[in-house]
Unconditional design. Sequence first.
Lengths: 423, 220
Amino acid sequence: MLKTRFRLAVAAAVCLVGAACSKNSSPTQPSTTSPATVDGAGATASVTVPRPVSPAAGASIRNVDQPVTLVIANAVLTQSATATYTFEVSTDSGFSTKAYSKTGVAAGSSGQTSLTIDKIAAATSYFWHARAEGGGTTGPFSAARAFTIGPAIVIDSATLVSPISGTGTGARPTFTVTNATRSGPAGALTYKFEIASNAAFSPVLVTATVNEGSSRTSFTPPADLPAETTLYWRVTATDAANGVTGPTTLAASFATTFAIDLKKVVYLNSPDVSGWPQTATLSLVEQDGGGDGPVCMSYTDPGWPDSHWPFGQPGDDPNFGVYANQWYFARIGGTWYGGAGEWIYRGASSCKAGQGTRTIGPDSGFGPPFSSWVPQVGELVGFMVSSVARNGPVKRTVDERSNVIVQPWRDTSLGSRSTGRIQ
Amino acid sequence: MRRVSTFRRALGPAAGLLILVATTTASAQTVATDRGYVEAVAQSAFGNVTSQSFGGEVGITVTATLQVFGSFGRIRDVATTEIGTSAQTIALALAQLQPGAVSYSVKEPVTFFVGGVRYRIPTTTMLKPYVLGGLGVASVTKDVKFQIGGSDATSSLSQFVTLGSDVGGDESKVMFALGGGIVWPAWRQLIVDLQYQFGRISTDTPITVNRAGIGVGVRF
């Protein structure tokens, strides 16, 4: 009887133990994806949502700034589990149309994880979110955050207009391009003009960025380019606001064959003006070595002050003054000689006579070798205008000048065509 | 390492009890004449945390010194350090993810059934010492709650966290118990049972729980 009771009791206990072991891993929220591996224990980890950091909600990203980098603050995982992340980018907030997706992104250090995604279509609004996985649990996706990729802007190359490749120019030629064509909502364009002494543009001698003109854009160097040198120029159009830069034009060469390096000029009866600022622009010189030898200069008058004229005669205006000099440059024996010639005063014509083929040399009083110089038709001669510069009793004023124009000598008495414009 | 220490601490009282029983046995030759007992038990449970345990126990006398028993009960909380750490980690994260103040509570109640044998140490005194060993099943529930702004938000955290089984779910696992006690026949069939039991539950994170308390019942 006692043995029977004992056996029954033991049997009952064993059955209960064997039958009752079970596990209901149904926490407050369903979670797991795979058996937990953390610390060898069977429990799965808890995983929080990662926090979106960048791009900011509603961010507008320029297309040119692609690829976009998504940044999250790392999720928190219990049980010292290691997280990997899934990032999704979609055109809808329900993420049914994914533009990009990546799983298994290793957690970054310093508390944040970033992922640079592939380039995605421009001019489109997107949503992105991320979630963490680890310790046998897949965490929730972060709230969808929107951003927009701006429209694509394409800028073509500008077209070089002048100087065309292989031509000769003055010391300060005007560089002109036809504006670049563009597609998309481009902003204001600027054009970077680069001038160098070699086709590799290393080094670049002159760089200037110019706002776009109406159909063409031009740039004139503020200082003389190296004289008698072959140079190269190219242009790059840029939409700075949108960060889009078009292709750089091919380089075109030109030669400053008509230029005079003022630093190398031998100045006659005049100061060295190579360092004088250029405040006037000489745009046209018309001369004729025939007849009474007029030299007419068209230039912008920057308002150079008058200098008292000390050679007045009784009855003359005691306040009479001059404000400028014409300049003439001649290349004699391979050297440029130059000096301030005729005086210019306000209220009178800018044309000065006495600068004929046989009179320009001795007329200016520059002395040899200029005084015996007789220019040949077609010979390159330089012209300039400056504030009062000639040495002597007429006092200099502001020491400013124009650019230099170098052009062939003309003499209608020797066969040159008349321009018909000399006044 | 902490669990091993707890286990060793628990073995101390048990070993002492065995020594007491052994010395008493030398002069004990009285033979029990009851057929068994039934009693209600109230205990203090301690180990990872301190709580209470309530239950009942039935024993059937097999021989004069041997009884087969079955006990059941519920321990109100045996929460481990691990579950507390996980809950705290989640709470801190929640505080970063939303503006409300976050608090949490952790409980790990256990319902168990253990069957085993009692060895009644023969003695001539009124007090009847015994040692026991048993094996059974314990169902452990991980009861972790999170409050946000003072309200229970445990069921609405899906936007912030996916809770793992480290802070939720039930486990039914083997439990073994080792212990001893002294039965005092207080009046007629009424008995008072002072007892201690060391228990260990083989859950994913093993749980050690000590119970010391009193049982009141009847012999039959």
